[in-house]
Design a protein around this ligand. Structure first.
Ligand code: NAD
Length: 468
């Protein structure tokens, strides 16, 4: 079994305690991660703070070259990283699984490397010249969830490095191993202290909370649940940290009456079931017009029946288990409740261990728990509607506002509905497609700030204006 070490200051950190990380497909131990506390966090922040002086003083081209070297390293180790992700996260190597995740991480890293935020001249006339520059912040704390451990870490780390910051990253206790290896690999081409990692089991000591309150961390970029994001915001207040919070979603899809059920079935399925539904911007509620409701349900169920669920290490598996017991229990509870209120079209019964088959339940309404709560798992509620105005109202009747989608053969009609959805991203005839050149973020309770593109990069900087 590979030994997984935390890298602090370019070296393996020696910690007395560790904790087991389990393979959700088998329940067996995959590896052990260091169980760190406040002393290790302080050490990591202190080396990151020391490294900031020389890292941030570099020419922009040198930062860019370093990010290109990091990108190449990730690509070089893509196969190894994908395997670790599958073993600890459960998603298959195949399909939209771990190889796809690492491919995305390489694409994002490469694109972010190529971005820049040049100085701007805001005014240059007889009254004077005003220049705007963007300054790195210092030490950035990155806190990541368990659904896309490597891709989300790359989303946090690369823009921080590109803009001259140094980093302490803390992965979820459910999936720390791929991040430990990722940071080790990055350190092969980075100066010591520029990227550091801390891991803990969240039991005896709350590392994420301590990072959010740490006086020497200047920004937290957090991806995770709304409840934890609110805690981060509270803890960060005293030190006036910059925050990017990418939080939960309860994305609605609306199928308009003129959509073609057969043509949209595959897109609907992957919009909802990508990564077993454990995706922030997955479609978590589907509103279907009365006139095509049954045809859409039939086409979706027919597509879903062909999807093989199994151990992610087997090439035939296209979906894996739910990642952890807590999430499995949540999905089981929501599905059990929905079965009492609606009609199960597919699945509905928990499988062995943490396996749960793709589940589709029709006849549900706003107010039902599976519709109102973020299930973050392989269970899609379908809600029948007869008036498009009503569908828009029901879609917007949520504290969340991450993404949404409209399905129609008439793009202009779909765009008109899209503009009325209260969310950060709206897709037409697809759901959840994100890109490194397009800012992504939630409105309402789904977060603050954006990631990706120049707008996302700018969140790792403070503005300074010079009046001459
Ligand atoms: P979570 O909130 O339970 O955990 C996220 C991280 O926060 C983990 O690393 C955890 O250890 C850490 N943490 C725990 N307590 C903390 C505290 N008090 N202060 C700071 N950090 C703390 O989330 P999860 O279950 O790992 O992830 C699933 C959630 O993430 C879902 O709601 C999903 O929608 C959301 N998500 C959002 C996006 C997005 O971009 N908007 C992307 C992926 C996931």
């Amino acid at each position: 079994m590979t030994e997984f070490k935390a890298t602090i200051g370019g070296k393996p950190a020696h910690v007395g305690a560790d904790f087991a990380v389990l393979n959700p497909a088998t329940g067996k131990e995959v590896g052990r991660a260091p169980n760190m506390g406040g002393a290790e966090l302080d050490a990591a922040v202190s080396v990151a703070k020391a490294a900031f002086a020389s890292w941030s003083a570099q020419e922009d081209a040198a930062l860019q070259a370093a990010c290109a070297a990091v990108t190449a390293k990730i690509e070089e180790h893509a196969g190894e990283l994908a395997e670790i992700i599958t073993l600890e996260q459960g998603k298959p190597l195949n399909g939209l699984g771990s190889r796809w995740e690492v491919g995305g991480a390489v694409a994002w890293a490469g694109y972010t490397t190529g971005l820049s935020l040049p100085a701007r001249v805001l005014q240059d006339n007889e009254q004077g010249r005003v220049e705007l520059t963007r300054k790195p912040l210092g030490v950035v704390g990155s806190i990541t969830p368990w659904n896309f451990p490597v891709m989300i870490a790359v989303w946090h780390i690369l823009p921080a490095l590109r803009t001259g910051n140094t980093v302490v990253v803390k992965p979820s206790p459910h999936t720390p191993l791929s991040t430990l290896r990722l940071v080790e690999i990055m350190n092969e081409v980075l100066p010591p202290g520029v990227v550091n990692v801390v891991t803990g089991d969240d039991k005896a000591f709350n590392l994420g909370g301590a990072m959010s309150a740490h006086p020497d961390i200047r920004k937290i970029v957090f991806t995770g649940s709304c409840a934890t994001g609110q805690r981060v915001m509270r803890s960060a207040a005293d030190t006036m940290k910059r925050l990017t919070l990418e939080l939960g979603g309860n994305d609605a899809g609306i199928v308009l009456p003129d959509a073609d059920p057969a043509a949209i079935a595959e897109g609907l399925f992957w919009g909802a079931f990508i990564n077993n539904g454990q995706t922030c911007a997955a479609m978590k509620r589907l509103y279907v017009h009365d006139t095509i409701h049954d045809a859409v349900c039939e086409a979706l169920v027919a597509y879903a029946r062909g999807i093989k669920v199994g151990d992610g290490m087997e090439e035939a598996s296209i979906l894996g288990p739910i990642q952890n017991r807590m999430q499995f229990d949540k999905v089981s509870r929501l599905v059990a409740d929905a079965k009492e209120r609606g009609k199960v079209l597919l699945g509905g019964e928990p499988g062995d261990g943490l396996f749960f088959p793709p589940t589709i339940i029709a006849g549900l309404r706003n107010g039902d728990a599976l519709v109102d709560e973020e299930q973050f798992g392989p269970a899609l509620p379908i809600i029948r509607y007869s008036d498009v105005e009503e569908a828009i109202r029901l879609a917007n009747d949520s504290p969340n506002g991450l993404g949404g989608s409209v399905w129609s053969s008439d793009i202009a009609a779909a765009k008109a509905v899209a503009g009325r959805l209260a969310c950060g991203s709206v897709w037409i005839n697809k759901h959840g497609a994100i890109q490194p050149n397009v800012p992504f973020g939630g409105v309402k309770a789904s977060g603050i700030g954006v990631e990706f593109a120049e707008e996302g990069l700018a969140e790792y900087t403070d503005i300074q204006v010079v009046f001459a």
